[in-house]
Design a protein around this ligand. Structure first.
Ligand code: ATP
Ligand code: MG
Length: 391
């Protein structure tokens, strides 16, 4: 719901507010650019204004713009709002007008906040007088009742030094940090449910993502790859000004070799090959680390012991935002983000996994088993990668 006369969107951010003013200004600038890019990408009009602590979006479509801005990383919440002079009369009149338009009986409350001290009333007085103004406006048609604890209808007003903002609803944002405020990371995306959620979490914390899919050749297939492309497309919808093409790296030869030569350690050698590929791409892209969708114990290759033997392949940090999450929570996240349906396009795979899964591999033994030229293979495969635009 937006108040009558709504002309703007109030944008609230969280983690950034604790930074020094110089760092915060930089982040605010990024946030503004990112909201502008999202609005343009979604075809919603609006001018974003950078103001200390609360950016605004001036727009003819406040509800649509508030929904778009609530997808920007770093944003805690947004509200379609009506801007007002920071003076009592216009605020009280607007409260009455808003109640006339939207109040539908039941209990109500005014939630007033004030920043600075140029406004002649404190927030308590404003709440009380606002409540009276609403009461007077609606008592002819309803039997209103004030309930400050659990109201059916709330009129919110924020008074700042130079303007006031009246709104009814808050839309939740993703939190985190503005995209681009951290160094990029390479994301290993498999087209499964987990890896896009992991990549999203890094985006949420401000890291642009360079997505990499290792094509399994005969063991993968077109559908497998199509899932990866779709998930990257969905992720790109949250990051229109940081979209990176999917790097499809041909891994078929190596996968065939591993399938033919290795029973024990096959999946772990493949995991290490993926990390070698990601490292190679990261060096080229100036990325600060690698992100995977691994979670402890979700698969035999993801026991803590097995993670400890795949990790040493690379000196780069391997970020695993899902490490301690359970599958049902990850699936729920995937649904919220919108990558779940992408990941469920049917794909014939899994044949690569050996019959007997290993849960307790040892690094020295794995090094003996795996091909000596794993890194060279990764380098060669990356030299042959295909860039797939996912728009
Ligand atoms: P996902 O749902 O992300 O596929 P998973 O539970 O199926 O995860 P695995 O198949 O064991 O787990 O893969 C673990 C992680 O390794 C994935 O989350 C992903 O980051 C990476 N990975 C696996 N296969 C590939 C691939 N073909 N290309 C790129 N990365 C991959
Ligand atoms: Mg998978």
């Amino acid at each position: 719901m937006e108040p009558p006369g709504a002309d703007t969107v109030v944008v609230r951010y969280g983690d950034m507010s604790t930074k020094s003013s110089r760092v915060r200004r930089g982040m605010e600038k990024r946030l503004v650019e990112n909201i502008e890019a999202l609005l343009e990408d979604r075809g919603v009009g609006g001018d974003v204004e950078r103001r200390p602590t609360r950016p605004l979006v001036w727009t003819d479509e406040p509800t649509a713009a508030a929904e778009v801005a609530a997808d920007a990383f770093g944003v805690v919440s947004t509200s379609p709002a009506r801007s007002l002079l920071a003076k009592p009369d216009p605020i009280l009149d607007a409260m009455a007008e808003t109640a006339e338009a939207h109040y539908d009986g039941g209990s109500f409350a005014v939630s007033a906040r004030r920043a600075g001290d140029t406004f002649p009333m404190d927030s308590e007085d404003l709440g009380r007088e606002g409540g009276q103004a609403i009461w007077d406006a609606v008592e002819g048609d309803f039997e209103p009742e004030v309930d400050l604890d659990d109201p059916d209808f709330t009129v919110n007003v924020e008074v700042r030094e130079d303007a006031a903002f009246l709104y009814l609803d808050e839309m939740a944002g993703p939190g985190g940090l503005p995209l681009g405020s951290q160094r990029p990371v390479v994301a290993l995306v498999s087209g499964g449910i987990d890896s896009p959620v992991a990549a999203y979490e890094m985006l949420r914390k401000g890291c642009p993502v360079v997505p990499v899919y290792v094509d399994l050749g005969e063991y993968g297939g077109q559908d497998h790859r199509a899932r990866a492309v779709e998930t990257v497309r969905t992720l790109g919808s949250y990051a229109p000004n940081f979209r990176e093409p999917l790097r499809v790296v041909p891994g078929g030869e190596t996968v065939e070799l591993l399938a033919a030569d290795l029973e024990q350690g096959r999946m772990l050698a493949f995991r290490r090959f993926c990390l070698a590929v990601a490292e190679e791409v990261a060096l080229d892209a100036g990325a600060a680390g690698i992100v995977t969708g691994e979670a402890i114990g979700q698969k035999s290759s993801q026991t803590t012991q097995n993670l400890s033997v795949t990790d040493p392949l690379t000196d780069l940090p391997v970020f695993r935002p899902l490490l301690t999450m359970d599958k049902n929570s990850i699936t729920e996240r995937a649904r919220e983000i919108g990558t779940f349906t992408d990941s469920t396009i049917p794909a014939g795979c899994n044949r690569f996994a050996p019959v007997q899964a290993e849960t307790n591999a040892r690094l020295d033994r794995l090094r003996e088993l795996e091909p000596d030229d794993l890194r060279e293979r990764a380098r060669d495969a990356v030299a042959d990668l295909e860039l797939v635009e996912c728009h």
